[in-house]
Design a protein around this ligand. Sequence first.
Ligand code: ZN
Length: 284
Amino acid sequence: MNNQNIVSRTERYHIALPVPFIVEQTPPELKFEEYISSFSKILIFSSHLDDAVLSMGSLLAYLGSLNKNIEVINIFTEGSVYQSPFNEKLLLQARTSTAANYFQSRRNEDKKAIETFGKIHIKNLGLIDAAWRTDSDSNLFYAQSIIGDIKPEDKEIIKKLESILSNIKCNTPDALIFAPLARGRHVDHQIVRNSVSNVFKNVVHYCDFPYSHKYQNEDQFIADYALSPVEWHGSYSSKKKAILKYKSQKVSLFHPHIMQLVYETFYLNRKEIDVMYDYYSYSR
Ligand SMILES: [Zn+2]
């Protein structure tokens, strides 16, 4: 048994490392590592204040060890005063009573989590989270669930996001981009995936953990963009340490008190794969 997977019985919330324990990197993984290391600027788009760490914390630990300009850009980082049974449950799970306090805690926790990886910048865009979005008559768009199809009412926020993304692209035209794959069909993850893909040409998509292991229903995007997966076998104990900083999310993330990590998977398009293999042969 892998010793790193033994968890203390006194800990209320457990994180188990991925199984089986793999230390050796595969040839595609080595090429992927060389490809991402060839960029001096890397932007990671995260729908919420934990998705980058949950979905690619092990790769972030690796990126933080490099002397590069890395930035995590969190998109939906604010709430509103409007209440539904659904968003009230989120506040209750986080043991807070207002959306303002909830998002303040989450921003603080995310900063602490990302700081564990070294020098990585964070930008919070301040867009309203799906669970709190309303129309001008204060009707919540997603009062019951945030899983499923994007509502037409979200047209405005998508327009706003794409305008922000276009500005970011103008300022950093040569950056490597990471964005969610939207496994699990969380509407905010789908919005970020679609908008980033609309604005940026070459995007590496990460598998949304833990949604990726609750649902398997997003294969259409992979097929449409002809994406190929690369599994990452880096340091998962660093990721585990970072996830434990999200104290307000423990109840929602650790149901029922244990989180089984899986190896992070990244999806690249055909052009990226070609560049990756050319870069590799050039560098040798
Ligand atoms: Zn999320």
